[in-house]
Design a protein around this ligand. Structure first.
Ligand code: PLP
Length: 436
């Protein structure tokens, strides 16, 4: 055995013996510093609850950032994972397997679009969608049809193409130069959209509800105009449904609250119940444009992930979870609205289904930290927006319990200072919505 191998065996044994403290030490010593984490090691989950290394129980209203839509260890997903792990987790996309076709058919049924390509993640799906839009423009033989419109306050992922259509400068600028040809449109501002749209645009990328941006729903008027202009100029309307899609809003896809389909939709997060799987869905010429060799993925759409994703979608159908999402969403909205009336630092409640943002006038991170101490998992995005993305299986009692405990957190937390550089109303998409 080589020295490196024997050292790695020794350190593995040592880490196991020392437990969570050593695991956290190793993280700070050996991992790149991309995440700021509290000193907790989660060891397992069941339903809507997580358990840490001390056995403490947490009610999870973040759901792995919109991934754990069926909670943890859902019996149907566990059963399929066990079965497929014993068969094959990977073959390669050079061969057929039993699950890709049926999963694609189910996604087509849910979305109203025509065809599917599988990826490993959200950002990879966005990359493929942008490539598809450029490809169709090239195939139509229109020269210079390469511009891409994206929304201010958007988030689409971390790879170069996805980063190029992500608006906040803090994500983009450290990695410049990015993909050229992208222009940002003011969210929900149809005049700005009209001014920037012309024949040189090959794609417009939107989120029906902006997620990372702070839970901002797109207006029906803006969606309709984007659809009209995309059709008029032969550009792809790309709906990023990675956070808001696949049931999250109480509809199969969040764009279904509007009239007219996108040309391309991308999904990922909850699709395979926590396993990495994304998909590009497309209609019409966008569904037919890829030919063998033009695009691909080694891992995307393997038998293991596809079998679990099929089970995920069938579980939503069989257990009528879209109804539960709408009912629990209404319960959550009512309770959060009551809190809005009680606490003057709550400025606004936005969202639908099980996707809510509670905008505060002060920093949210102290509330998030205190909630964690009380056994509640929530998140703060854009410094001041408390974001809730609970699992679709959440029960009436769990929502009531969550609301009571969040109220206690709000009541007992010493009010944090306002933000040093609080976004002004003029910068906020909310101001635009209110102005209309
Ligand atoms: N698009 C949206 C709307 C997202 O919320 C995210 C992730 O948060 C992404 C794209 C990127 O997805 P992934 O992290 O799987 O690459």
């Amino acid at each position: 055995m080589s020295t490196a191998m024997s050292i790695s065996h020794k350190s593995k044994k040592k880490a196991r013996q020392e437990g969570p403290a050593a695991a956290m030490r190793d993280v700070s010593r050996y991992l790149m510093g991309t995440y700021r984490r509290p000193p907790i090691v989660f060891v397992r989950g069941e339903g809507c609850y997580l358990y840490d290394h001390r056995g403490k129980k947490y009610l999870d209203f973040l759901g792995g950032l919109a991934v754990n839509a069926l909670g943890y260890s859902h019996p149907r997903l566990v059963k399929v994972m066990r079965r497929e792990a014993g068969r094959a987790v990977h073959f390669s996309n050079l061969f057929h397997h039993s699950f890709q076709g049926p999963l694609a058919r189910k996604l087509v049924d849910w979305s109203g679009l025509d065809r599917v390509f599988f990826t490993n993640s959200g950002t990879e799906a966005i990359e493929g969608a942008l490539k598809l839009a450029r490809l169709v423009a090239h195939q139509r033989g229109v020269t210079g049809k390469t511009r891409i419109l994206a929304m201010e306050n958007s988030f689409h992922g971390r790879t170069f193409g996805a980063l190029s259509v992500t608006h906040p400068a803090k994500y983009r600028e450290p990695f410049a130069p990015l993909v050229p040809g992208v222009e940002f449109v003011r969210f929900n501002d149809t005049s700005d959209l009209e001014a920037k749209f012309d024949d040189s645009v090959c794609a417009i990328v939107v989120e029906a509800i902006q997620g990372e941006g702070g839970i901002f729903p797109m207006s029906g008027a803006f969606w309709t105009r984007a659809r009209e202009l995309a059709t008029h100029y032969g550009a792809a309307l790309i709906a990023d449904e990675i956070q808001c899609g696949l049931g999250r809003t109480g509809r199969a896809f969040a764009y279904q609250r509007h009239v007219g389909l996108p040309d391309i939709a991308v999904v990922a997060k909850p699709l395979a119940g926590g396993l990495p799987l994304g998909a590009i869905l497309a209609q019409g010429s966008f569904a037919e444009a890829f030919s063998p060799g033009l695009h691909g993925s080694t891992f995307g759409g393997g038998p293991f992930t596809c079998a679990v994703a099929l089970e995920f979608l069938e579980t939503i159908e069989d257990e009528e979870l879209l109804d539960n999402i709408r009912q629990r969403g209404a319960q959550l909205r009512a309770g959060l609205s009551r809190m809005g009336a009680e606490f003057d630092f709550i400025r606004e409640l936005r969202g639908e289904g099980l996707m809510f943002g509670l905008e505060l006038s002060v920093e949210g991170k102290t509330y998030v930290a205190n909630a964690l101490k009380q056994g509640l998992i929530i998140n703060c995005t854009h410094d001041r927006v408390i974001r809730l993305l609970p699992p679709y299986i959440v029960t009436e009692r769990q929502v009531a319990d969550f609301l009571a405990r969040l109220r206690t957190v709000f009541a007992r937390t010493k009010r944090p200072a306002g933000l040093a550089s609080a976004p002004t109303d003029a910068d906020s998409p909310r101001a635009l919505i209110a102005a209309r």
